[in-house]
Design a protein around this ligand. Sequence first.
Ligand SMILES: Cc1cc2nc3c(=O)[nH]c(=O)nc-3n(C[C@H](O)[C@H](O)[C@H](O)COP(=O)(O)OP(=O)(O)OC[C@H]3O[C@@H](n4cnc5c(N)ncnc54)[C@H](O)[C@@H]3O)c2cc1C
Length: 381
Amino acid sequence: MNFTDEQKMIQGMVEKLAKDKIAPLVKEADVAGHSSPGIVRLLAENDLLKMAIPEKYGGIGANYTTIAMVVEEMARVDASTAMILFVTQSLIQILKQWGSEEQKDRFFGKMSSGDKVNAFSLTEPNYGSESAAIRTKAVLDGDHYVVNGTKIFVTNGDIADFILVFVRTGEGERHRGLSALIVEKDNTPGFSVGKHEDKLGLRGSDLSELIFEDARVPRQNLLGQAGKGWDILISGGADMRAYGPGAMALGLAQGALDYAVNYARERVQFGGPLSELQAIRFMLADMSIQVEAARALTYRTTALMDSGSEDRGLRSRLVSSTKCFASDVAMKVTTDAVQILGGYGVMKDYPVERMMRDAKMIQIFDGSNQIQRVIVAKNLL
Ligand SMILES: Cc1cc2nc3c(=O)[nH]c(=O)nc-3n(C[C@H](O)[C@H](O)[C@H](O)COP(=O)(O)OP(=O)(O)OC[C@H]3O[C@@H](n4cnc5c(N)ncnc54)[C@H](O)[C@@H]3O)c2cc1C
């Protein structure tokens, strides 16, 4: 992988930030089941929340590969922090691709302060994998859309300033009737944050319900054209799976492997370190092989995305393959790391049990791994 000097510099900066400043705050957030305000502040202070914003709007203009590198590096230490970060970048990427000049000026202008958190809201209580059937309704009334409905499982929902919300504006049935609106939390009467979810893993990132009761969203916050929300979802929305969950799963697996290698070197049983036992050596070797394969696939995909390739079929197949493969690798590698640590592996004093819980989540969100396989097959056949 031919990373530039600038990318390597950013990667080194994030590695240090994650190890020195984020790591000490991770356990408290995991126990609390809420994002850590201290971690969000560190992301803001280090310009990581605005990294995808183009330089001309005050961001640092990071491309897909750079974002993936940052997400990977952060997830080696904490997947929840990586999650807060990449979900924020996804709205920025979609705005770059689909926003009008007026919308870019307005929203990037507000986000350029560097402390804004974004969210992406599609899922509803009755529609998860079947996203084309969502029911949250937006009806035009003068200069506003009046939105009614309930969204669930929204990452960053509790703390987001801007939320990309997929709604039904009714130009047609199913995917033909969807649109995407940018909702400003502080500026939307009728909008509120509902239940905060208490979940197995990724406990340091918030997941919540969003409620729209005659919420009034300015018409000028419609992204692209009415009825074109599905195009936004399957292009910009889908791309997130590579630099988001894909890169995050990769970092998580690498972090668990690093921990297991060090532990195996130090833990002595039967008169020598575990690392001298062939059973353990082969497990570590298999973990490393899988992590390297996930890394190669992740950066092959982001390189294709950065190249501006017009081959939508290949792009879609690689993006879904990355999300699916890397998260299956993370599940296997983190589970094996727990096994190598034995009884200590399942104790809360060690990080690998948290990593295993976090890995399970990645197989489910942003389109479950079954859905990714459906997409890969569709683009293959
Ligand atoms: C930690 C976390 C973060 C999330 N963040 C967000 C977010 O920020 N924004 C957002 O909008 N949503 C978010 N979600 C929601 C997430 O994307 C959905 O949970 C996911 O798409 C699955 O939908 P579901 O839970 O309704 O499961 P269902 O769709 O009910 O699926 C249940 C099971 O059936 C399988 N299945 C369903 N359909 C098929 C099919 N056609 N073929 C094969 N198998 C199938 C699924 O793979 C799954 O195993 C998040 C979820 C989690 C857990």
